[in-house]
Design a protein around this ligand. Structure first.
Ligand SMILES: NC(=O)c1ccc[n+]([C@@H]2O[C@H](COP(=O)([O-])OP(=O)(O)OC[C@H]3O[C@@H](n4cnc5c(N)ncnc54)[C@H](OP(=O)(O)O)[C@@H]3O)[C@@H](O)[C@H]2O)c1
Length: 344
């Protein structure tokens, strides 16, 4: 079965990744692309500053960019992939859900809402059951599913593995790529020869989203995991790939070998976009690195390395491609998960 889909916010950094990933996807066919008034009415080719290293798909380049509202979306469309800025998404997404659309969204609005599933399919696919409560609460036939923040998607799988030892406390320092800030995000004069030790609202996301993802679905609520997370975020002059330095403390004393095995044991899924290896564990102390390792598993693997024992626990580094596993790829994976679920 091939499902008709639309991409809302299709001209930005994440929107372009959606186009790249879905264009060759066997289960999804793009029927509409939307963006802001700046782009509406133009051809996709004229509206976008294409920044990827594969050519813009010829058929999509000729699409006319539509406004982001229900009347501009062809009836046959069933799933919308969203890459809208969150303040725009907070109004547009609920309106589209009311019209019956299923939305797999990257935007940060509503990630922590009690009735919104915040999904990494390999970790908490069961949280999709929140859709029933969402549809009841909000009186709509559509569904809103979020993927986590890009740095959280990199970190949370490693935390899930460590939770086998009773995860209590996590400290994380991120080194985040410029593509994470969106197309207009960071000026080259600010970021070249520099590190910016601040990313608006990023630390709060890292300090709250993992507890929801690793939480348990009890009745109609997520019982948050009780680990403490503290974060410090930096923007660095890398195009793609967020690297993170993590310090974790667990109830049970762990060794490097136990931690490596726990990472390796965390199994991936068999969805179309699932990587062969979910968490790639490096033996080399100086890996993973963004330029060398961000494309592992076609950008969908998480990689870890530099694992060592510290006085209080374990320290390691982890990496993922922020616009693939951390954004568009994450939400395409959520779309694939939905297609195989009772919610579709
Ligand atoms: N970049 C990442 O790595 C990343 C990772 C995870 C999550 N996210 C989240 O994903 C979303 C998109 O991020 P991005 O990096 O792709 O941002 P971006 O490059 O700034 O793109 C924003 C997109 O939204 C459209 N848009 C802006 N205002 C609009 C409006 N009023 N109505 C309809 N469409 C509008 C833009 O269209 P125009 O071109 O017409 O302006 C563009 O297509 C954000 O919520 C971001 O926080 C991003």
């Amino acid at each position: 079965m091939v499902v008709s889909v639309g991409i809302i916010g299709a001209t930005g950094v994440v929107g372009q990744r959606y186009i790249q990933l879905i264009e060759k996807h066997p289960l999804f066919e793009i029927k509409v692309v939307t963006a802001s008034d700046r782009s509406v009415g133009k051809s996709y080719r004229d509206a976008v500053n294409w920044g990827l290293d594969t050519p813009m798909p010829n058929d999509i380049s000729k699409f006319e960019v539509k406004p982001t509202d229900a009347k501009s979306i062809p009836e046959e469309v069933e799933i919308l992939f969203s890459a809208l800025p969150s303040q725009i998404a907070s109004k547009a997404e609920p309106e589209l859900c009311k019209e019956g659309y299923i939305i797999a969204s990257n935007s940060s609005n509503e990630r922590m809402s009690e009735d919104v599933p915040l999904i990494i399919p390999e970790i908490n696919a069961d949280h999709l059951d929140l859709i029933e409560i969402q549809q009841d609460n909000r009186k709509w036939d559509g569904a809103l599913i979020k993927n986590p923040n890009c740095s959280v998607i990199t970190l949370a799988p490693t935390l899930k593995a460590l939770d086998a030892f009773g995860l209590e406390r996590v400290h994380v320092a991120t080194l985040q790529a410029v593509s994470g800030a969106g197309y207009e995000g960071v000026k080259s004069m600010q970021i070249l020869d520099n590190v910016i030790p601040f990313i608006q609202s990023e630390e709060e996301k890292l300090e709250t989203e993992p507890q929801k993802i690793l939480g348990g679905l009890e009745g109609d609520k997520i019982l948050m995991h009780n680990m403490e997370v503290s974060a410090s975020c930096n923007r660095v002059g890398v195009i793609d790939g967020h690297l993170e330095n993590v310090w974790a403390e667990t109830e049970e004393k762990v060794t490097i070998e136990k931690v490596k095995n726990a990472f390796k044991k965390l199994k991936g899924l068999e969805l179309y976009s699932s990587p062969d290896v979910f968490i790639e564990v490096f033996e080399e102390e100086d890996r993973p690195q963004p330029r060398l390792d961000r494309n592992l598993g076609e950008g969908m693997s998480i990689s870890v390395g530099g694992i060592r024992e510290t006085l209080s626990g374990i320290q390691y580094n982890c990496l993922a491609h922020n616009t693939i596993r951390g954004a568009a790829g994450a939400s395409v994976l959520n779309g694939e998960l939905l297609m195989g679920s009772k919610w579709f």
